[in-house]
Design a protein around this ligand. Structure first.
Ligand SMILES: Cc1cc2nc3c(=O)[nH]c(=O)nc-3n(C[C@H](O)[C@H](O)[C@H](O)COP(=O)(O)OP(=O)(O)OC[C@H]3O[C@@H](n4cnc5c(N)ncnc54)[C@H](O)[C@@H]3O)c2cc1C
Length: 393
């Protein structure tokens, strides 16, 4: 049996190893456009490779996979995050689970993963053909019994690759980015972190919570990245021109924030407002928010009055910023869109129209928030494609 894999990335290499273990006599050729396999894996997680997640903070898979959650539920029945943990530990990679539920190699070195894959592929006899860009999947399919497409994030330049296959493609747009707030003075507070904020986009239902980081260009941090992922397509449609609403009090509603402020005013009438920031809001940010609420710097709680109290409560629970443009987060980004899941048999990852053709990894219209979920999708779909190919024989 001859198997072609297009793309020596996370999904392609994982698939190659798993298929060769099941079919040792098969010829497995990986075509890689670049001059090195696994080039992206080498830089994942800032060079540390956040290879999966415990999924403990995820109640519903859609929170992790805004696109493709249903497919991932299916795929995880074949190979999930626990299988991933076991797989790497069996291969001699010790893993560590961080407090934020992200899983890394204990070595904190993505090259350990790259070298492991390269060694296993060499031992198993997988042929890696670097500097071999595939221009037509169809022509390879004529030569091989099974073809797996694992080219990563799909982009329009990939167009001809699928010529003659009549596939439905979901137009690609970026996901996982930070927000530019070009005219906002909040940027003067760069480096400020608030651990639990809720961010949303005005006039939409897109909302996310978590830590927020103020940067010199705008806002970043897990809450913002998550929101960029949930709203990736919407933000592309409005050309990254939107209104960001920030609840600095972890999603506590306006009335509750107002009541808390009121109690504070009664309890500490002579204290300067500017000197009484809540524990979770750093003092510089508090000063900024108090000033933004048009409250004098020398005002005491006794002087705030109902209007001042309302303005401050509004700023704390519903602060608004004009987003104009997006920036990449440490170059970590994924593609929202790609090969539509309508083309795919979700039990096998085989193309419905073309038996023997499989898809795995980011080329599919599946993408996740940060935290190891994207690599998990690559391992799981690579595994299922390998298993399905082996079952065909
Ligand atoms: C900087 C950065 C950091 C990241 N960190 C993390 C992280 O820590 N955790 C996490 O879960 N996710 C992370 N991600 C996302 C994750 O890396 C990807 O989702 C994952 O690599 C996708 O795997 P893949 O195999 O589908 O694609 P890729 O790993 O991108 O591999 C695709 C391969 O196909 C090759 N190729 C493309 N077209 C052709 C062609 N026509 N012919 C032949 N070869 C071709 C490419 O050269 C590439 O080598 C990160 C992404 C980036 C950009």
């Amino acid at each position: 049996m001859k198997i072609a894999i297009i793309g020596a990335g996370a999904a392609g290499c994982f698939c190659a190893i798993e298929v060769k273990r099941r079919l040792p006599d098969a010829i497995v050729d990986i075509y890689e456009a670049g001059n090195k396999p696994l080039a992206k894996v080498a830089i994942t997680g800032g060079g540390r490779c956040n290879l999966t997640n415990s999924f403990e903070s995820i109640d519903n898979l859609k929170e992790a996979y805004p696109r493709g959650d249903k497919l991932m539920r299916r795929v995880f029945s074949a190979f999930d995050n626990r299988d991933t943990w076991e797989w790497f530990e069996n291969e001699g990679v010790n893993l560590v689970l961080q407090d934020d539920h992200c899983v890394f190699p204990a070595s904190q070195d993505a090259m350990q993963i790259v070298n492991l894959f390269l060694t296993r592929m060499r031992q198993l006899g997988v042929n890696i053909l670097t500097r071999h860009k595939v221009d037509s999947v169809k022509s390879l399919m004529d030569e091989y019994d099974a073809t797996v497409v694992t080219i990563g994030g799909y982009h329009p330049g990939t167009g001809d690759l699928f010529e003659g296959l009549d596939l439905e493609i979901v137009p690609p747009v970026p996901s996982l980015f930070t927000f530019n707030l070009p005219s906002s003075p909040v940027r003067d507070l760069m480096g400020t972190v608030v651990e639990d904020v809720t961010v949303s986009l005005a006039g939409t239902r897109f909302k996310a919570s978590g830590p927020l980081l103020i940067t010199h260009w705008g806002m970043s941090g897990p809450a913002v990245l998550k929101l960029s992922s949930y709203a990736a397509r919407h933000l592309a449609e409005v050309r990254y021109d939107s209104t960001l609403l920030v609840n600095w009090c972890g999603g506590v509603d306006l009335d509750s924030v107002r009541s808390t402020l009121q109690r504070n005013a009664v309890k500490n009438p002579l204290k300067l407002i500017i000197n009484s920031h809540p524990e979770y809001i750093p003092s510089r940010l508090w000063t900024y928010l108090v000033t933004k609420s048009k409250i004098r710097g020398d005002a005491r709680w006794a002087e705030i009055g109902p209007k001042g109290l309302n303005r401050l409560a509004e700023t704390l629970s519903n602060d608004s910023y004009h987003i104009k443009g997006q920036s990449r987060f440490k170059e970590e980004f994924v593609t929202c869109g790609g090969v539509s899941l309508t083309n795919i048999n979700n039990k096998t990852l085989e193309c419905v129209k073309h038996p023997g053709l499989y898809f795995a990894g980011e080329v599919l219209d599946v993408d996740a928030i940060t935290g190891g979920y994207n690599l998990q999708a690559a391992w799981s779909t690579g595994f299922l494609a390998a298993e399905s190919i082996a079952k065909r024989t």
